[in-house]
Design a protein around this ligand. Structure first.
Ligand code: SF4
Ligand code: SF4
Ligand code: SF4
Length: 287
C-alpha cells in the first residue's frame, strides 16, 4: 500500500533519510511542556525511537527513528500522556515564546498565555506556505521576534507621576536609549527615543510611572534561505483585541494573496508593502 507522506507530514511525522523511519515533531506551545508530558516523551523515545530526542531551533521536540508500522501505537502512547504531535508543511506552525512576565523580571507581557491564545486561534490552519508566530516578553528579545512571519514583542509605555517621584535619577541611568531627562526636579520622557522597554518603571523605587502594557508587532520576518528582519507598522499596540485583529489581517492577507510555496515577506514584496500596510492599519483602526 502506498504511504501517504503528505498526511504523515501534516501530522508531525517527517520522513527521515533512513527508509520507513520518521522524526516525530511534538506540539510544544510557547516552549513549555509539563514534567508529565516530558516523561511520556522520554518513554516513547526509549520504546519506539532510539532513546533520545532532538530539540529544534523553534522550541520543538522531535523523536527520531519512529518506524512506519508503529506510528499509530506511538500516537496512542503519546495521547495517554497528554502529548500531541505537531505539524509541518504549509500551515501555521508551533507558536514559540520566551518565559515572559510570568517568570522573567524583565517581562512586559504574559508571553505564554498569549502563545496559547494564538495557538488555539491559528495552529495548523492550512495556508500557501509555512507561517510562524513568535512571542517575546521585552526588548531583550530572547525569542528573536523579528525572525518570524508575525513577531510579537512585549512593551510598556510609561507616564511619569510627579507626586510619587523623589528625583533619585535611577530611571535616567536605567534607560538605554537616553529618552529620559531629569531637570529642575522634572522628568521628561522623549517618546521619539523610547523603545517601550519598561526599564525605567521597573527600576523606579517609588513606582512613579504609570504603565500601559502593550505589543510591538513585526511582519514578514524570515531566517532560512533568505534572512530578513520583520517590519513594524504600528509602533505600539496597547489593546489586546486590536492585536488579534492585526494578526487576523496578516493571516488573511497571506491566505488571499500568497502563491503556493511563497513566504510571507515575498508576498508582501510582490503584492506591495503599501497595500499590506493599508490592510494592517484598517484592521487596527476598525472598531
Ligand atoms: S525577552 Fe525579555 S521577558 Fe523574555 S526571557 Fe528575555 S528578558 Fe525575559
Ligand atoms: S520605557 Fe525604556 S526606553 Fe522608554 S523611557 Fe523607559 S527605559 Fe527609556
Ligand atoms: S526612578 Fe522613579 S523616583 Fe527616581 S527619578 Fe525616576 S521616576 Fe523619579
Amino acid at each position: 500500500m502506498a504511504v501517504d507522506y503528505a498526511t504523515l507530514k501534516k501530522g508531525g511525522f517527517m520522513r527521515q533519510k533512513q527508509k520507513n523511519n520518521f522524526s516525530l515533531r511534538i506540539r510544544v506551545v510557547g516552549g513549555t511542556l509539563t514534567a508529565k508530558q516530558l516523561a511520556v516523551v522520554s518513554e516513547v523515545a526509549e520504546t519506539y525511537g532510539k532513546g533520545y530526542v532532538h530539540l529544534t531551533s523553534r522550541q520543538g521536540v522531535e523523536i527520531p527513528f519512529i518506524k512506519l508500522e508503529q506510528i499509530d501505537e506511538v500516537k496512542d502512547a503519546l495521547a495517554k500522556g497528554g502529548v500531541v504531535p505537531g505539524v509541518c508543511g504549509p500551515r501555521v506552525r508551533t507558536v514559540t515564546a520566551c518565559q515572559g512576565a510570568a517568570v522573567c523580571p524583565s517581562g512586559c507581557i504574559d508571553t505564554y498565555a498569549l502563545a496559547q491564545e494564538l495557538d488555539a486561534r491559528y495552529f495548523g490552519h492550512d495556508l500557501p506556505h509555512k507561517f510562524k508566530f513568535g512571542v517575546t516578553g521585552c526588548q531583550n528579545n530572547c525569542l528573536k521576534a523579528e525572525e518570524n512571519d508575525v513577531g510579537i514583542k512585549g512593551a510598556i509605555r510609561v507616564n511619569w507621576i510627579p507626586d510619587a517621584c523623589i528625583q533619585c535619577g535611577v530611571c535616567v541611568k536605567a534607560c538605554r536609549t537616553e529618552a529620559i531627562t531629569l531637570e529642575d526636579g522634572k522628568i521628561t520622557v522623549d517618546e521619539s527615543k523610547c523603545n517601550y522597554c519598561g526599564r525605567c518603571t521597573k527600576s523606579c523605587p517609588t513606582s512613579a510611572y504609570e504603565e500601559t502594557h502593550g505589543y510591538i508587532v513585526s511582519f514578514g520576518g524570515t531566517f532560512g534561505n533568505h534572512v530578513h528582519k520583520g517590519n513594524v507598522i504600528i509602533p505600539f499596540i496597547e489593546d489586546h483585541d486590536k492585536l488579534m485583529k492585526v494578526c487576523d489581517a496578516a493571516i488573511d492577507f497571506f491566505a488571499d494573496h500568497a502563491n503556493a510555496g511563497e513566504r510571507f515577506k515575498f508576498t508582501i514584496d510582490r503584492v506591495g508593502a503599501d497595500k499590506f500596510e493599508q490592510a494592517i492599519r484598517e484592521a487596527y483602526e476598525n472598531e
